[in-house]
Design a protein around this ligand. Sequence first.
Ligand SMILES: Cc1cc2nc3c(=O)[nH]c(=O)nc-3n(C[C@H](O)[C@H](O)[C@H](O)COP(=O)(O)O)c2cc1C
Length: 346
Amino acid sequence: MSQPQESDRPWRHHWALSPIRKLWQCFYRVYTAPRRVCARLRRYDLWRLCQASWVKRALSRETCVAEIVVHYHVVEKGLTMPGRRLNFGHAMVTLLARQCLAFQETFGVEGTPQVRHAIAVLRAYAALHDSSARAEAPVFWADFEDLLAHLPEVPPATQPHVTREAFFAAVHADFEAFARSRHTLRHYAGPLPIERVRAAVALACETAPSACNRQHARVRCVSDPALRDRLLALQNGNRGFGHLADKVLVVSADCDDLLSPAERNDAYVNGGIFLMNLCYALHYHQIAHCMLNWSVSPETDRALRALIPIRESEVVLALLTCGEAPECFDVAMSPRRPVAEMYTEV
Ligand SMILES: Cc1cc2nc3c(=O)[nH]c(=O)nc-3n(C[C@H](O)[C@H](O)[C@H](O)COP(=O)(O)O)c2cc1C
């Protein structure tokens, strides 16, 4: 129903006086109008999302690369995982090899650093397994070797093995050295003093910029091991290392700090900026940490809210596992795209 236009209604004075009319107008302004604006913006957002090639099921080159990156990252993580076992992730390794092959046939592999890195990760996986490890799964290895034979000969990827001292050596250096030294850590050892977490969170809160300085972000720290395990069980990206983290941070943003439907994405934008600041603050305080996505169903989101008190007006953005770094550990390489792919002067 569209909003009545006062000007083309001769009986408007009569209506204006009517208590029913007043009530209706009040209801419209307070209840209906904001919801209609929200619905319109939601339709626009949905339309925009539907322009992505994965929705149209006609995958673009960009989406194929994104899928390959996600899959090589799973294998790369596996290569650096604490207590890594051999012959992990056969299904993922085979899928990745097939995708690299398909990509090569469709687009050509030359000049695609991300796909070349995926192949390097596959070669690192192969190099890790000697003949006795391969003998445990002969069918997989015969199939995988056959796929590898059709992929370019790139050197196996290496995942940096570093000491804690070397990893945190640049925390007091200039910004470039500091920023380049920050990496996700999935190795944790022993308890992490809560004072260090408080100091890092305070640094992030007191320095993160936000729209009109509204400071939308909220952080909750979970230390109880049983609660931590129940929280992490709701998230799909912490297998193999989450249980080693001494603490989990739940980062959210409060939509009560938004003032109009047009600001609908601001909780995520401001929260994202805060999250990056928090990662830097944790790194500065030498806290090993890993951001965990919160791309979940409404049921899982509700399950999290049943575990810890979060206002209904808040959106959960991400979790972070935190812990003390061990003496030495592996870091997943996660190479970046060439800057030219990300930066354009228009
Ligand atoms: C929003 C977000 C969600 C992430 N989710 C996960 C996750 O679920 N599991 C995980 O192991 N790493 C996760 N990561 C960490 C990324 O894998 C990591 O940041 C990326 O590979 C770049 O590596 P770096 O942080 O060492 O530079 C996430 C990172 C971001 C920013």
